[in-house]
Design a binder for this molecule. Structure first.
Ligand code: PMP
Length: 344
């Protein structure tokens, strides 16, 4: 890996961050706070949130097996995706490499940041190799994006290849594990201490059942997390979100139960899809969704929509020709989808 200073956008490396009053002396340092122009009334909403989200991180640290200083919290993991560009790429000069097809926000954020987005097409089994990814890189490649389990294909990218990329790439490798709670593979998050150039993304939106609160995570070694914390908005996670996250983190066994139920439902849905005459192929999945190749995805999508059921139409996504991405819902939601399809 190149030195972090060389990988970081120069103005960000030199940035003197905004320092809130809370940051300077800590939220419990005094009995009277007259420093932040807050209204003393309307408790409990009148005070700014903890800018460092200490309690959330302390709880997360135990559950996720990483240290609190190795955690960045964002307004969804989408905030972390954008920050990665803003911290490590120079507009108009640098590029990033990503697998294709994959989660759309990597490209949108590249476009927003005026950074070239290079893609490496997945093969017929939606796999790739380290060599292919490294071959696509140039001297100004700063980030490699690997989503595993991948969205929209559902499968894990082969671990040996991912590790080889991390070991051989000179820049930062982002492994998006938004769906790893649904996979039996050991998450790479647990190995961040081994890899100074690895950033792992997680989210509260999927297995944790908290998409509404908008909370995402990036895990990495402290020097990378420190850069994110310099650049993030001072109070980027609201008190409401922090409270709800703490409540959710008190009950991790609930998540395990949900995941088990969703995986059982996933098995049932895949079996049912296999029997549909207009379903041509189901791709292997390690996530809470699966990709199904249909004989006419657009027509089926339109039909479902007119019957009040929305699935994700991936028919026009490169290498997902005629595919629909199906999220595993509750048992009754899944039954609604199946009964509509059986009348198609
Ligand atoms: N990464 C992947 C692979 C996703 O599919 C999603 C959407 N669930 C996200 C990141 C964004 O998640 P968040 O809701 O945390 O912004």
């Amino acid at each position: 890996m190149k030195p972090l200073k060389e990988l970081t956008r120069p103005n960000i490396w030199n940035l003197k961050p905004y320092s809130s009053a809370h940051n300077e002396c800590g939220a419990t340092a005094a009995k009277v706070f007259l420093d932040a122009n807050e209204n003393p009334y309307n408790s409990p909403y009148n005070r700014y949130p903890d800018p460092q989200q200490s309690e959330v991180k302390a709880r997360l640290s135990k559950i996720k097996g990483v240290r609190p200083e190795q955690i960045f919290l964002g307004n969804g993991s989408d905030e972390a995706i954008d920050l990665l560009y803003r911290c490590f790429t120079c507009p108009g000069r640098d590029n990033v490499v990503a697998i294709e097809p994959t989660y759309g926000m990597y490209k949108v954020c590249a476009d927003i940041n005026d950074v070239e987005y290079r893609t490496v097409e997945l093969d017929q089994n939606y796999q790739t190799t380290a060599d292919r990814l490294l071959h696509a890189c140039s001297d100004t490649t700063k980030l490699i994006w690997i989503c595993s389990p991948n969205n929209p294909t559902g499968n894990n990218i082969m671990r040996d290849e991912v590790v080889k990329v991390i070991n051989e790439f000179q820049g930062i490798v982002v492994v998006d594990e938004a769906y790893s709670d649904f996979s039996s593979e050991r998450p790479l998050r647990l190995d961040i201490a081994k890899y100074p150039n690895l950033v792992v993304l997680n989210t509260f939106s999927n297995a944790w059942g908290c998409a509404a609160i908008r909370l995402g995570m990036a895990f990495a070694q402290k020097d990378i997390i420190d850069i994110f914390n310099k650049v993030k908005h001072p109070y980027n996670i609201s008190t409401l979100t922090q409270r709800q996250a703490i409540e959710a983190l008190k009950e991790p066994y609930e998540v395990d139960k949900w995941v088990k139920t969703i995986l059982l439902e996933r098995g049932r849905m895949i079996e049912a899809f296999r029997l549909l005459p207009f379903c041509e192929r189901i791709y292997p999945t390690d996530a809470n969704f699966f990709l199904a190749k249909m004989n006419d995805a657009q027509a089926i999508y339109d039909y479902l929509k007119s019957n009040g059921v929305i699935v994700r139409n991936r028919a026009n996504v490169h290498l997902c020709n005629n595919c629909l991405r199906i999220t595993i819902g509750s048992k009754s939601e899944n039954n609604e989808l199946l009964s509509a399809l059986r009348q198609y």
